[in-house]
Design a protein around this ligand. Structure first.
Ligand code: SAM
Length: 162
């Protein structure tokens, strides 16, 4: 679908005049490479058996991947850069009724942050291979965090906290 239609306001939705965005000081640490070129093509939520996607980490952050290979699952946090940011009540296509933005996982939100828990497939240099994403190709990457409550939790005594 054309980009204009993807930002359309549906019957029953409520748009507000948001404050001007301010710079929260985020830096994009990489970009996400996926097979999806349009929002309509991307899955609503990633699936563990979905296609392998790539997190391309920018300089100077490659050393920040050290130790990530120990984990089976990781959390990927990304910036849904094409989203509107001014809708407080939305009508998801799937439901047809109106819901508050904070009661949805819609990409349309005041700060369009997306998160997915994905399977770690491998790490090749500064590229992390994962399954289970739902974002468009070239989506900016904000952060990666390990899922530590699963089988590959941090070994005792390695000094890791937090
Ligand atoms: N898994 C994340 C979450 O729950 O926070 C995102 C869920 S959101 C429903 C996923 C949808 O966002 C995709 O189906 C696609 O329509 C849309 N989307 C994906 N990448 C986007 C981007 N870079 N900018 C705007 N919308 C995007």
């Amino acid at each position: 679908r054309a980009m204009g239609q993807e930002n359309e306001v549906r019957a029953g939705e409520v748009v507000v005049e948001p404050p001007s965005p301010t710079d929260a000081g985020l830096v994009f640490v990489g970009r996400v490479r996926t097979p999806w070129r349009t929002r309509a093509e991307a899955p609503r939520q990633g699936q563990p058996d979905g296609p392998v996607c790539r997190l391309e980490i920018f300089d100077p952050w490659k050393p920040a991947l050290q130790g990530l290979e120990r984990y089976e699952s990781i959390e990927v946090i990304y910036w849904l850069h094409l989203s509107r940011r001014d809708i407080v009540r939305q009508v998801p296509k799937s439901s047809g009724s109106s819901h508050g933005t904070f009661a949805l996982r819609s990409p349309v939100r005041p700060n369009p942050i997306g998160t997915s828990i994905v399977k770690l497939v491998g790490i090749e240099g500064s590229t992390v291979l994962v399954r289970g994403l739902d974002c468009l190709d070239e989506t900016p990457l904000l952060d990666i965090k390990p899922i530590r409550c699963q089988f590959a939790s941090a070994p005792k005594g390695d000094g890791e906290t937090g």
